[in-house]
Design a binder for this molecule. Structure first.
Ligand SMILES: Nc1ncnc2c1ncn2[C@@H]1O[C@H](COP(=O)(O)OP(=O)(O)OP(=O)(O)O)[C@@H](O)[C@H]1O
Length: 267
């Protein structure tokens, strides 16, 4: 009954005490095509997940824990979280979001939560860099981090290694700062698939344009727009492009094409 009710929806869970609780209302699945990543990337990650989900035997026969870790890294506003939402929808999975910086989240609680995560759900550890210091940090930096956290770095590694179940266990981590992560965290087995989710290239800008503007001239305008934006030679995130198109919701194509400088000033 509950399952039927949530068909076509993605449920987000957060940890409350030692349980997972739905957070907010179930969200309508985000269509994959609404997240514009570099050509082929969205499909590559999806394919990898499907291949993983479809082949439990490959893991059991080789004595490998049946889990797969993904790390999406890159600048803010480029679609890491949006993609994971869309992917969950596509796989018909829900999402369990864990904030590792949360006070009161002990190693034991983390371990317990990972072992009782609802079936068919992606475990999402966002901004993983914020939770721990790297081994390269100074003792003062380390002490500051440790004062803030209850989950220890070795506790997290143990939990990740222990995350295994009879069903496929998919863990996604995101960060804006790959260089801040300890290499132990991102070694194969903990992170099996690592991808940089970058600022927009010209082709992505064209596709973003075509998501917002339709009609006969849209293809031509999308090319012109993408050329103009890339000619400015500044990094631009899909979030910035989206903000610009929202600002120009009722503008003529001419206005959209001539005002491109304001992409970087719209706040
Ligand atoms: N690649 C994209 N395609 C379409 N929309 C995007 C894309 N990237 C970002 N957006 C839009 O920008 C907003 C922020 O995106 P999102 O939270 O997914 O970025 P993020 O990379 O996870 O950022 P952060 O690192 O700050 O968490 C969302 O409203 C989303 O719709």
């Amino acid at each position: 009954m509950a399952l039927k009710q949530h068909e076509g929806m993605t449920v987000m869970y957060t940890a409350l005490g030692s349980e997972w609780r739905p957070f907010g209302h179930p969200r309508r699945k985000r269509p994959m095509h609404s997240v514009v990543l570099k050509a082929g990337l969205a499909e590559r990650i999806l394919q990898d997940c499907l291949d993983f989900i479809d082949n439990p035997q490959w893991y059991t026969e080789r004595g490998i824990p049946y889990r797969r870790g993904y790390l999406l890294h890159g600048p803010p506003g480029c679609g890491k979280s949006s993609y994971i939402m869309a992917l969950a929808g596509e796989l018909e999975y829900n999402i369990c979001v864990l904030n590792l910086s949360e006070r009161g989240l002990t190693d034991d609680r983390l371990n317990h939560l990972l072992s009782v995560a609802p079936q068919q759900s992606i475990i999402l550890l966002e901004d993983i860099d914020a939770a721990f210091s790297s081994r390269a940090d100074t003792p003062t930096q380390k002490a500051a981090y440790e004062g803030l956290n209850r989950v220890t770095f070795s506790g997290l590694l143990n939990c990740l290694d222990g995350v295994a179940s009879t069903e496929a266990r998919i863990v996604f981590m995101t960060t804006n700062y790959l260089e801040r992560l300890d290499s132990a965290l991102i070694r194969p087995g903990r992170v099996d698939f690592k991808e940089y989710v970058s600022y927009c290239d010209q082709e992505q800008i064209e596709r973003m344009f075509l998501r917002f503007y339709k009609g006969e001239a849209a293809a031509k305008h999308s090319k012109l727009f993408a050329e103009k934006v890339t000619a400015i030679a500044k990094n631009v995130s899909p979030a910035q492009i989206q903000g610009y198109f929202m600002f120009h919701k009722h503008s003529t194509p001419e206005d959209v094409l001539t005002d491109v400088e304001s992409i970087w000033t719209l706040g």
